[in-house]
Design a protein around this ligand. Structure first.
Ligand SMILES: Nc1ncnc2c1ncn2[C@@H]1O[C@H](COP(=O)(O)OP(=O)(O)OP(=O)(O)O)[C@@H](O)[C@H]1O
Length: 883
């Protein structure tokens, strides 16, 4: 007799990793999620870029469960610590089940014994099978070895495959209870804590999915065992009626191979429809005990589509979904029942079939296509989820849209809810390909994580009582909006009226608990009010950890801000210092400017803004510098042409516009004080060998502050033609290349008539100052109003540029300011700007019809026609002289 439960070991073969990348690895779910590494938050690294506050990380902190706090704690199961990963179990169907059956009388039939479909019951006849080899051997609790049959090894060179990393591998001799204890019990525990979950059975046809899920009367499957657990637990609780459970089951099958059909398996109902992921008109039957539930399930299974195939005498031809929903009984009207419900979903998928193997035809073939298609879509969804989790840049493909089953299970297939997979395989050698295909496809699923799923806080029988918690503890859990109600109904809990415990407190539990564990709040409110010590301690510990982490992270963030603040303060200090420097510099510049202004004023060069020609607006410095009797007049010049004028028979021109960049604002003054600068007619200014200095009986002072400051840019020229126009003793240059340049600066104006080389030049009438230099640089200081000083200066010889340079000494202006010493070079700059024509013939007598001197007599009357500006100028000078 063949030994069923202990298959012979796999033949000694060399294990060749055929698909290393698909090889199952150690279940990552065994790793306990650690709290967020607060030490990793480096202030220096985030000094300039402070990360957002990790409130989500803090709130997702997990506290190790206290194993002593709850007898029903899922810590009994090692899978509790694997909660964040998709758990994939593997179950190997016993070998030679048929051999066992056939070896018996034939009456015994354990396959799908519960519930038995009466229609197919008679039709199913056990087939005699040859004794075959096994292709799957269980290595340990987490791995199996898949050995190809010899025929395949020889023909297709298929090598032995090892798959590891399963949450648990159930060998063929594993009982239903064992499978339940390790696989489903944690799910049920979570469900009783208010957490939804799903168990889905995958595998080829006839591998034992239905047997695992539903079992038989002798060997009840996961569903009846779960129901037993649910009701046995609730019965053990005092408040067993605090929750109501509903059962619903429906199937999705093929509509003649063309479409999918949803059929409610509850009694007296029919087809359903699905919108988005919600089934419409699905009937939920409230169940109050196990018997009632089992009866409903048995009736539903009778409605389920099954058929006999070559693989399975009672093969499921549809995807069957069973839901057990748990809702709280005492609910506030405002509370949404759905949002506070937990659902345990168990899916028995129809097994994929190879057409070659099953030989299906007709309707069976259409069903087979539908089944295979659904299985493929299911697998695609999980693969897409896995790839998306590996590389978040990869979008989550919407494969779920391709079948009703995957649409319904969308939340699970997108990783939003936890699920558990049970893979069932057959170990016969002829099932090698099916098993190999399934394992290769499904073993990577164990890497899928459910990041968004949150841990439950309470369990059904922990009896943690909201009202008995300290007020502070309650406030932590409650939103501010419920503060008042909490105080009203709160107190310290013990001995309070139970009815006053407000169900509305459900909404007051923090959102992260409310959303994912809706029943938690209900349990807290409706359980009796004696909290279990362990649970309270656990909750306190968790809250303490959260608060500590919160404080640490907050502290780090504050430190980072403090560092940033320091940097900002130092920058502000630097800026303040530079600002103070700038202010000092500005004040110095202002002082310099004031000095310069005073110098200019003392030189009787006046800047006036437009419309500001009144003496009232003159600067004090200006007034102070002109306390003498000097009479001043101001002539605003509208444009450069106004500067060309004739005074007597001399044209005075300023040829360079640059000399007067803002001519509109420059006022040139003919100062009556020039009368103090009396020069005799014999006075001559020697500026060089070819210079002709003629001093007439009036002064023409054309001075611009800019011209003085930037004497290089002022050019006054005397051209040949201009020389010819004026019958004077000016020695004119031959052409324009020999233009005479006269430089005007702020050095004292020294003239020495004795050095003049042109003694026969026109007699210079007194009270006039005329400077014409040829190839010489003369510095003209603004004369003072002191006549005597002026006379003294005029007695001094005019020095050439070369002479002036080494001997230049600081000169004082009328205000006592040092002028030339500060900027000696300015005085030495070659005169290149002023061109004054020979005005030695300037004669006021000429203008009055009294020709004075030979040159005046020589002038033709038409030559004496001057411009209006020159006439005005002459008259003005005349009047001043008379004064
Ligand atoms: N662990 C097991 N112990 C005893 N019998 C089993 C076991 N697993 C499966 N069987 C038997 O194998 C046969 C096929 O099992 P089952 O119908 O559950 O396969 P299946 O995977 O649901 O197939 P299908 O996908 O076609 O519905 C049944 O008669 C069942 O009783």
């Amino acid at each position: 007799m063949v030994e069923i439960n202990s298959p012979p070991p796999c033949p000694n073969t060399v294990t060749i990793r055929r698909n290393p990348h698909r090889r199952a690895r150690a279940t990552p779910s065994t790793q306990i999620p650690l709290p967020i590494p607060l030490s990793s938050v480096s202030p220096s690294s985030t000094l300039h870029q402070i990360p957002p506050f990790p409130i989500q990380d803090i709130l997702s902190l997990e506290v190790p469960q206290n194993p002593n706090s709850d007898n029903l704690s899922i810590s009994e199961s090692p899978s509790q610590s694997e909660s964040e990963n998709l758990k994939v179990f593997l179950r190997v169907r016993p070998l030679a089940l048929h051999h066992q059956n056939t070896g018996q009388t034939g009456k015994a039939r354990t396959k799908n014994a519960w519930p038995q479909n009466p229609i197919t019951k008679k039709a199913s006849k056990p087939k005699s099978k040859k004794k075959s080899e096994i292709c799957i051997s269980v290595n340990d609790a987490h791995s199996v070895t898949l050995c190809p049959p010899k025929t395949l090894q020889d023909a297709k060179r298929i090598k032995t495959e090892v798959y590891e990393g399963f949450s648990h591998v159930f060998s063929s001799d594993s009982s239903q209870d064992e499978v339940f204890g390790k696989m489903v019990k944690p799910l049920v525990d979570d469900f009783l804590r208010g957490k939804s979950g799903m168990l889905a059975a995958l595998g080829p046809s006839g591998s034992g999915k239905t047997h695992t899920v539903f079992g038989s009367p002798r060997e009840p499957g996961m569903l009846p065992l779960a129901l037993h657990q649910i009701f046995s637990r609730t019965e053990g609780c005092k408040n067993q009626l605090s929750r109501t459970f509903y059962l619903s089951m429906f199937e999705i099958c093929s509509e003649r191979g063309k479409a999918e059909r949803i059929l409610d398996l509850s009694p007296d109902v029919g087809d359903l429809s699905m919108q988005q992921s919600i089934t419409k008109r699905l009937q939920e039957v409230a169940i109050s005990d196990v018997q009632q539930a089992e009866s409903l399930i048995a009736r539903g299974m009778l409605k389920r589509a099954t058929a006999m195939t070559n693989s399975n005498s009672q093969s499921s031809r549809s995807q069957c979904i069973i839901n057990i929903r748990s809702t709280p009984n005492k609910m506030d009207k405002e509370v949404d029942l759905q949002s506070n419900s937990a659902v345990l979903t168990i899916v028995d998928l129809a097994g994929a079939e190879r057409e070659k193997r099953t030989g299906n035809q007709g309707a069976r073939l259409l069903e087979s296509n539908f089944i295979n298609n659904t299985s493929m879509v299911f697998g695609l969804c999980l693969r897409s989820l896995l790839e998306h989790q590996k590389n978040p840049k990869k979008p989550l493909q919407k494969h779920f849209q391709n079948s009703l089953l995957t649409r319904y299970l969308r939340d699970y297939l997108e990783g939003k809810k936890r699920m558990t997979l049970i893979l069932t395989v057959k170990s016969e050698e002829e099932d090698f390909l099916d098993s190999s295909f399934l394992l290769r496809q499904a073993s990577p699923y164990m890497k899928i994580k459910f990041d968004n799923v949150k841990e439950p806080v309470n369990s059904l029988c922990t009896k943690r009582h909201f009202q008995t918690l300290p007020t502070v503890e309650r406030l932590k859990r409650m939103k501010l909006s419920s503060f008042e109600a909490c105080l009203t109904n709160g107190g310290n809990g013990a001995g309070e009226n139970k009815e006053e415990a407000p169900p509305a407190k459900i909404r007051e539990v923090e959102p992260h608990n409310c959303s994912s564990h809706p029943t938690t709040a209900i349990l807290e409110v409706n359980d009796d009010r004696r909290p279990e010590e362990g649970s309270t301690e656990l909750e306190k510990e968790r809250m303490n950890m959260i608060m500590q982490s919160f404080a640490k992270v907050l502290w780090n963030v504050l430190k980072e801000y403090k560092e940033k603040l320091k940097v900002a303060e130092s920058q502000i200090q630097i800026l303040n210092e530079s600002l103070a420097d700038e202010k000092m510099r500005r004040s110095e510049l202002e002082n310099d400017l004031t000095d310069l202004k005073s110098q200019f004023l003392c030189q009787k060069v006046v800047f006036l803004d437009k419309g500001d020609e009144s003496s009232a607006n003159r600067p004090a410095e200006h007034e102070r510098c002109h306390q003498t009797d000097v009479h001043e007049e101001y002539f605003p010049l509208e444009n450069i042409e106004d500067l060309f004028c004739q005074v007597g028979n001399v044209d005075v021109g300023i040829a360079s516009p640059l000399a007067i960049p803002n001519s509109e604002e420059q006022h040139y003054r003919l100062n009556a004080g020039v009368s103090a600068l009396n020069l005799d007619e014999s006075d001559q200014i020697a500026g060089g060998p070819s210079s002709d200095i003629n001093v007439t009986n009036f002064d023409v002072v054309i001075a611009s502050p800019l011209a003085i400051q930037n004497s290089e840019e002022q050019h006054y020229q005397v051209t040949d033609q201009e020389c010819e126009d004026f019958p004077c003793n000016v020695e004119c240059v031959e052409d324009r290349k020999d233009l005479k340049h006269v430089g005007i600066s702020d050095i004292p104006f020294n003239m020495d008539a004795s050095d003049s080389g042109s003694s026969e030049s026109v007699a210079n009438p007194p009270n006039s100052l005329l400077v014409i230099a040829n190839d010489a640089c003369y510095s003209v200081e603004g004369y003072q109003s002191d006549n005597e000083d002026s006379e003294e200066r005029l007695d001094q010889p005019i020095m050439s540029e070369e002479d002036v340079a080494p001997e230049s000494e600081p000169k004082l202006n009328a205000c006592g300011k040092t002028l030339s010493a500060e900027k000696p070079k300015r005085r030495l700059l070659p005169a290149s700007s002023i061109l004054l024509k020979n005005i030695n013939s300037l004669d006021f007598e000429d203008e009055n019809g009294k020709s004075k001197g030979t040159r005046g007599e020589k002038l033709a009357p038409d030559e004496r026609n001057r411009t209006q500006g020159s006439i005005s100028l002459l008259r003005l000078l005349q009047s001043h002289r008379r004064l």
